[in-house]
Structures are given as C-alpha cells and as structure tokens.
Design a protein around this ligand. Structure first.
Ligand SMILES: *Cc1c(COP(=O)(O)O)cnc(C)c1O
Length: 379
C-alpha cells in the first residue's frame, strides 16, 4: 500500500545527516530538533501553536484533556473512522456519540451531528477522512450556536487546504479549537516510528496542553493537573524536519496518482471514484483540497470481497478502510444506537476498497492496478 523505502531513497542524505546529528548530540529527548520541528510545522500550517507528542492517539486524548472535558460530557464523532478517535473519548470517561457519514466524501454528516446534540454535548470531533476536510464551515457554525468545542482529527489530512464559503483558506487542522495529527510512518507526513502533534491558535489552551503532555507540570516538580508523558523523540523530529519541506511535493504526487486512477476508471459505472467537494471540486494542486491519504473507491454491483481477494492474488496490495462500523464494535456498542441512523456507514463497509496510494507510484503500476480492477469488476 505504501513504498517507504522508495521515498527514503530520495531523501536519504538529509535523513541520515539529521538522525546522525541527534546521535552525536545525545539530546534524544526534547533536543533542538524537536523545537525546530515545532517551529517549522507552525510556519507551514500558519498556526500559532504546535505541541509535539508521542502519537496521534495521544494527541486526541491530550486535546480533550486540555479542553477540560469531564465524565458525562458527550462527544460526537463519525461512525466510519479508525477506532482511535472513539477510544480516547471512552478512555477519558466521556460519552462517545457516533453518527453517520456522507456517502460521497465519507466524512461526518452535518445533519446527523445536529440530530445528536443534547444538553450534555460538549464537543464534535470531525475526522478529515482519507485526506479531505469534513464540512468545517457547517461544523464551526453548529459549534458556535451550541457552544461546543471542535477537535479536528487531522491524522489523515496534513497539508490539505480548506476553502470556506467566503473564500478564505486554511490548512486542515487549523480551523477548529484544537486539532490532532499522527506521524505514523504511513501517514502523509510520517516519521520512522511513532509521533504525533496537537495544534491550536488558542494561547491559553496551548499553555494548558504543554503541561498536560509533561506530567501536568508547569514548573519543575509542581504537578498542577493530572497529565501524561507523551513526547516526540528527537530522532523522529529529525526525520520530520527532513521530510516536511517535501510534504507539498509528496501530496502533489499523490494527487497526480489519484487523477490517473480517476481517468482510468471514469467510464466504468460500477466503480465510483472519490469525490472532492471543497475548493474547485477537482483534484487540483492550486486548492490542495484533498491529499489522498487513501484513494478509496466504492464498488457497486460486484462482490467487493472477491475483488480484494483477486487483487491479492495478482500481487496488488489493497485495503478495506473500514470493514466494521464503530457502533458495531464490541467495545463501543450502546443501547441508544439505532441501525437506521447508520444507513450510510452500513452500506460503505460493503462497498469501499482502497488502492495503493503513495509517493512512488509509477504509470506502469497504475496501469496494471486499474486494468486488473476494471477487468474483474466488468467480468
Ligand atoms: C492514524 C490515525 C490515528 C492515530 O494515530 P496513531 O499515531 O497511530 O496513534 C487517529 N485517527 C485517525 C483518523 C488515524 O488515521
């Protein structure tokens, strides 16, 4: 699904030098590379505060701790996402409220959010799934009306740009009150191990969060709040400093591959290509609205699981993200859920398939993948 070796070959010298510097300096924890990366990412995103941490799951949890959410508070998020999002809500004793997604973008459904709001609702967690922002204009408006926090789960959309109805543009993860991201190796900006970060434009919240990530300390050995230990280590920051200058190029390369996939599948009605809804509505590098963390098709009138098996046999990696809705996962079942409220997710889990998507895909690979899919689907 990804080709991290091929990508490394292109930046080998920078990465190796960067990592060696850390080893020579022995500043393995909170070294100058971590501080530099924080500043570099703040500049890239045009956000006031980046707080690095150990991984994307921690980032979500810490964001919620920083906001002071309390047991009993309800947090609305999407049924169709990776489990980390709902896991940390539950772990903090908050009440996860899963809602359906849109059939074309796979992102959280705005009407479903509205229907799920109660007097206990405190936050909404939109996940910018597969590399495209959720409907942030509408979500921020709902949040303002109901006095809710918005925590963007930006693990899959770093570098994407959101264009508001009024024409203003902002990077994904800089629109809500606070955001989280992951630098897991296969993410669009991946390190060579685990890593994550929290972003916010709120000075006070940033201050609180800087203590939370560091055992609740604001002054050495004074623990004012219950915190955690969550750090981005210096070697990972060194890798990220070498890769960040290439992020836009990497995302352009992903969009190129997506355009080629789309063109190949265009005339095939059983194959529904991903819809880009923000910006110009095309896959264009000027609006950067989609960064294709995943390239995900919907397969209609065809046995999706048989296609997965067939691609595997042909040596083509593929994935089903996600095969089970969160509301049906044992850990998260809740008597309040009603199947009819999850019609879209229940359908998507049968239709979606994600094809190889990374920075090293060549035309020959794309041609082999698309022709194999087309042949099978039309057989
Ligand atoms: C990857 C991912 C996470 C978790 O990131 P980790 O760094 O693996 O903890 C959270 N949310 C979403 C949507 C993700 O894709």
């Amino acid at each position: 699904m990804v080709d991290l070796k091929g990508q490394y070959e292109g930046i080998k010298d920078q990465v190796n030098t960067s990592i060696l510097d850390v080893i020579e300096s022995t500043a393995f924890i909170n070294g100058p590379q971590v501080h530099a990366f924080q500043k570099n990412l703040e500049t890239y995103l045009n956000v006031k505060h980046v707080i690095p941490c150990a991984n994307g799951t921690d980032a979500l949890q810490i964001a919620m701790m920083g906001l002071g959410l309390k047991p009993g508070d309800e947090v609305i998020t999407a049924d169709f996402t990776f489990a980390a999002t709902v896991e940390v809500i539950a772990l903090l004793g908050l009440t996860p409220v899963l809602v359906d997604v849109e059939p074309d973008t796979f992102n959280i459904d705005v009407e479903a959010i509205k229907n799920a709001i109660t007097e206990n609702t405190k936050a909404i967690v939109p996940v910018h799934l597969f590399g495209q922002c959720a409907n942030m204009d509408a979500i921020m408006e709902i949040a303002e009306v109901h006095n809710l926090f918005v925590i963007e789960d930006n693990a899959q959309a770093i570098g994407a740009t959101y264009t508001s109805a009024n024409g203003s543009k902002a990077k994904a993860g800089t629109i809500g009150h606070v955001s989280s991201t992951s630098f897991f190796p296969s993410k669009n900006l991946g390190c060579y191990g685990d890593g994550g970060a929290i972003f916010t434009n709120d000075d006070n919240l940033a201050h609180i969060i800087r203590g939370v990530v560091n055992h609740g300390m604001y002054e050495r050995y004074h623990h004012d709040v219950v915190g955690v230990n969550s750090r981005l280590d210096s070697i990972q920051a060194a890798v990220l400093n070498a890769k960040l200058p290439n992020l836009d190029t990497y995302n352009n390369t992903r969009r190129d591959a997506a355009r080629k996939y789309n063109a190949a599948f265009a005339k095939h009605t059983k194959i529904v290509t991903p819809k880009t809804v923000n910006g110009c509505g095309q896959i264009c590098d000027t609006c950067d609205c989609h960064v294709f963390h995943q390239y995900t098709l919907k397969i209609l009138d065809c046995d999706r699981d048989a296609l997965v098996k067939h691609l595997g046999e042909q040596g083509i990696p593929c994935g089903v993200y996600y095969p089970i809705p969160l509301h049906k996962q044992k850990a998260y079942v809740d008597a309040r859920y009603n199947e009819k409220d999850f019609a879209v997710t229940n359908q998507l889990i049968k239709e979606v398939i994600s094809l190889p998507m990374h920075t090293e895909l060549d035309d020959e690979q794309i041609e082999f993948i698309t022709s194999t899919v087309i042949k099978f689907v039309n057989a």
